[in-house]
Write a protein that binds this ligand. Structure first.
Ligand code: ADP
Length: 160
């Protein structure tokens, strides 16, 4: 059984993430979306529990997708859940250097875990969680950037 982990912050989950999740879920038997509890990112919009809830909401129809959070090293979590593959999404070349470095570091830490890169769909090339937050903060339209359920939740958060 091939199990993969798709790690990230997902603050909030975007249509770019969901596209990667949907496509990756077709390639593996089980895909775990792993939300990193990152002590360096103190200014997150949503708590980890909220993000778990959001991801469960938008992946509900994908039967082989699970959602979890983790602290510490990705490779340790991957080993714990017996995931042999790490999935990462690639947008522009600017993603490449960081992602490549991370993949090499992870492999040096754990030789049996491979990173698979999935290229973004062209519609989501410029989409990131930060863009969504910046647009929403100033009252802009985020339709098409995030799933409809998440659009409401994000707008509600900024209204408060
Ligand atoms: P991180 O904080 O690790 O960058 P993100 O939540 O921003 O986490 O992203 C998780 C993964 O999803 C990363 O591999 C990132 O490159 C990928 N990703 C983010 N946005 C998109 C997008 N629009 N299209 C494809 N992949 C994306």
């Amino acid at each position: 059984m091939l199990k993969a982990i798709y790690p990230g912050s997902f603050d909030p989950v975007t249509n770019g993430h969901l596209d990667i999740i949907t496509r990756a879920s077709k390639l593996v038997d089980c895909l775990v979306v792993g939300i990193l509890e990152n002590p360096n990112k103190k200014n997150s919009l949503f708590t980890v529990d909220e993000r778990i809830e959001h991801l469960k909401l938008v992946t509900g129809e994908l039967e082989n997708v699970e959602v979890a959070s983790f602290k510490g090293l990705l490779v340790d979590f991957a080993e714990k859940i017996d995931a042999k593959v790490v999935i990462r999404g690639l947008r522009a070349v600017t993603d490449f250097e960081n992602e490549f470095q991370m993949a090499l570091i992870n492999r040096s830490l754990h030789n049996d875990i491979e990173t698979f890169f999935i290229s973004t769909s062209v519609n989501y090339l410029y989409l990131s969680s930060s863009t969504v937050k910046e647009v929403a903060m100033f009252g802009g339209n985020i339709k098409g950037m995030v799933p409809p359920e998440i659009e409401k939740i994000v707008l509600e958060k900024y209204r408060k």
